[in-house]
Design a protein around this ligand. Structure first.
Ligand SMILES: C[S@@+](CC[C@H](N)C(=O)[O-])C[C@H]1O[C@@H](n2cnc3c(N)ncnc32)[C@H](O)[C@@H]1O
Length: 280
């Protein structure tokens, strides 16, 4: 059966859309029907299902929850890049890290927790790690952890490998590339691998942002960029309130350039577009 020829009725689309909204907060409005059809048809074809309806029933009756994870993997959009939205990395280097160093000098305690929420294939957390290493010369005397989470197990697999095509790294300055990435040879010609020094700082986990956040200790900086665009206002409002709770006093939240907290949160202090701070 060629899944690409399968029909997705409006009621079937609505059923998938409701399920995805309930489980992941992702808002699939009518304009997304063709995208959903194309992405799920691929999955249906691979698994040998006869129709969207049959697949839907399989997903909701699968007690392991594995097929739901696969379904969400197929639906999620994972576009990302190294040092995407460079002004956030400049902000880290020029404002955030100097502030953290200043506090460490004054109060002692060299603990740094950064969270990349919706990290996709790893480019964002690795860019964060490189920025930390470049701007914290005594990093080995700090307790640093960059937590990188995503809903999709597929992207997390790529992220953990930390191996990227050379084209994906084309905009990184040569000396930074040399310091933090290893050039592949032989069969790996045309590929680069993130060096262990960078990888060591990053911990990858699957985390659904609509579910309770498992953090016990405060986080200094959260990147939650280009994730909330897929959520409706209620889901955004709820998530932002929970991000506020897990941030340290004076901690920052960075969001994507097409996102805003206007109408979503009144608790955050606005610093500049896409940069917000928890009041101290
Ligand atoms: C477009 S990517 C953004 C990647 C990166 N933050 C950036 O800005 O380049 C959006 C990511 O959010 C993830 N995502 C979507 N819904 C999610 C949810 N409910 N919980 C966790 N991650 C989610 C997707 O799997 C995807 O990898």
């Amino acid at each position: 059966m060629n899944g690409f020829g399968l029909e997705l009725s409006d009621s079937e689309f609505q059923a998938f859309s409701d399920l995805v909204y309930k489980k992941a907060g992702i808002n699939l409005h009518a304009g997304k029907k063709e995208l959903v059809r194309a992405r799920l048809a691929k999955r249906i074809r691979e698994d040998g299902f006869e129709s969207f309806g049959e697949y839907y029933h399989f997903v909701i009756n699968d007690e392991t929850g594995d097929e739901l994870v696969q379904l969400l993997d197929s639906i999620s959009t994972n576009l990302t890049n190294f040092f995407r939205e460079p002004k956030h990395f400049q902000f880290m280097a020029q404002v955030f890290l100097p502030e953290i160093k200043h506090v460490a000098l004054k109060k002692g305690g060299r603990r740094l927790r950064i969270w990349s929420a919706g990290c996709s294939t790893g480019e964002e957390p690795y860019s964060i790690a490189v920025t930390v290493l470049e701007n914290l010369p005594d990093f080995d005397r700090w307790d640093i952890k960059i937590l990188a989470t995503d809903l999709s197990t597929r992207v997390l697999q790529t992220a953990r490998q930390g191996v990227y095509r050379a084209e994906r790294l084309a905009d990184i300055p040569q000396e930074v590339l040399r310091r933090y990435f290893q050039k592949g040879r032989g069969d790996w010609n045309g590929w680069f691998k993130v060096k262990d020094q960078v990888k060591r700082l990053v911990v990858f986990r699957r985390l659904n942002l609509v579910e309770p956040l498992p953090f016990r200790k405060p986080i200094n900086l959260i990147f939650c960029r280009n994730v909330m665009i897929y959520f409706d206002k209620n889901t955004q409002t709820d998530l932002v309130a929970r991000l506020y709770q897990v941030l340290a006093d004076g901690g920052y939240l960075l969001i994507g350039h097409s996102e805003s907290l206007t109408g979503v949160s009144q608790t955050f202090h606005y610093i500049q577009p896409t940069i917000y701070r928890k009041k101290t």
